[in-house]
Each structure stands twice: as structure tokens, then as C-alpha cells.
Design a protein around this ligand. Structure first.
Ligand code: UDP
Ligand code: MG
Length: 140
């Protein structure tokens, strides 16, 4: 059974390039309902904690500094089969490999500054959602 919620961030590159509106439009037009959302900025410490699973990877330092370099939009999205369908909507991590029309194909700069985050499992969607949102900030 797949769950019906996923967690996303519009990353600092896409926010700085003025793509918040275009990305939210595409997300909503694709059938996702926003159940929580905030415009915020991660400290380096919080970004490091969010991406702790990648702490041994060579790109970790760069990733943490990029993700804390400017404001982001964090959101919880609801749709049947949310995690898998959202990963399809955003496209591959490397925009050079992302399918045409996907959010990363349209807005990502490169494999690091790739416009959006999408949870990779129902379990991580729940962990990442509660990392960013209190229960009182989620509206069903
Ligand atoms: N990343 C990077 N270099 C890489 C792989 C990943 O800078 O070679 C960054 C990129 O911002 C990516 C994030 O680390 O979105 C998390 O990597 P993951 O493999 O989980 O990709 P995602 O799930 O975001 O597609
Ligand atoms: Mg991932």
C-alpha cells in the first residue's frame, strides 16, 4: 500500500530565479493538494540534519551550504500514490537526465542546484514532514 502524502522543498536556486509560482502551478495542475506550506530558510545546521543520510557523500558539504544559502518553500502534498507520482513529476536528480516537461528539466541548473526536493519513500515523507511542520500547521 502506498501512502498519499509527500514532502517537497523548492530549493534556493529556484526561489532566487523567480520560479516559485511556476513550480507551484505545475504541482497543483498535476493533482497535488497543498496541505502545509511555509517560506523559510534553513540554517547550515538544520540543512545538515535534513540531509544527514548523505553525510558520507563527497557532495555533502556543498549540498549543506547550497541548501542554507537562501530561502526555500517547504510543503506537504497530498495525492493518491503521492511519493512515486511526485518523483515522476520532478524528474531525475540530474536535470540532464530528467524527462522533458518535468520540473527539474524545466528549472534545475545542475545535479546539485536542482530546483526541488521530493521524498523517496512514505517513511521519509513522514519524517521530513515532521522535521519542517508541527501538527497544527497541517490542514487536511
Ligand atoms: N546531489 C549533488 N550531487 C550528486 C547527487 C546529489 O549535489 O551527485 C544533491 C542534489 O541537490 C540532490 C540531493 O543532493 O537533490 C540529494 O541527493 P539524492 O540522491 O537523494 O537525490 P534526489 O532524491 O534529490 O533526487
Ligand atoms: Mg533523495
Amino acid at each position: 500500500m502506498s501512502g498519499n502524502r509527500t514532502f517537497t522543498m523548492i530549493k534556493p536556486d529556484a526561489v532566487a530565479s523567480g520560479h516559485i509560482g511556476g513550480i507551484l502551478e505545475q504541482i497543483c495542475a498535476s493533482g497535488f493538494k497543498i496541505v502545509a506550506m511555509k517560506y523559510t530558510k534553513l540554517s547550515a545546521e538544520k540543512a545538515g540534519e535534513f540531509y544527514a543520510v548523505h553525510s558520507a557523500r563527497p557532495f555533502y558539504g556543498e549540498l549543506v551550504s547550497f541548501m542554507s544559502s537562501g530561502p526555500i518553500v517547504a510543503a506537504i502534498l497530498e495525492k493518491d500514490n503521492a511519493v512515486e507520482d511526485f518523483r515522476k513529476l520532478i524528474g531525475a536528480t540530474n536535470p540532464a537526465e530528467a524527462a522533458p516537461g518535468t520540473i527539474r528539466a524545466k528549472y534545475a541548473k545542475n545535479i546539485g542546484e536542482n530546483a526541488v526536493h521530493g521524498s523517496d519513500s512514505d517513511e521519509n515523507a513522514a519524517i521530513e514532514s515532521s522535521f519542517h511542520f508541527a501538527g497544527t500547521e497541517i490542514f487536511l
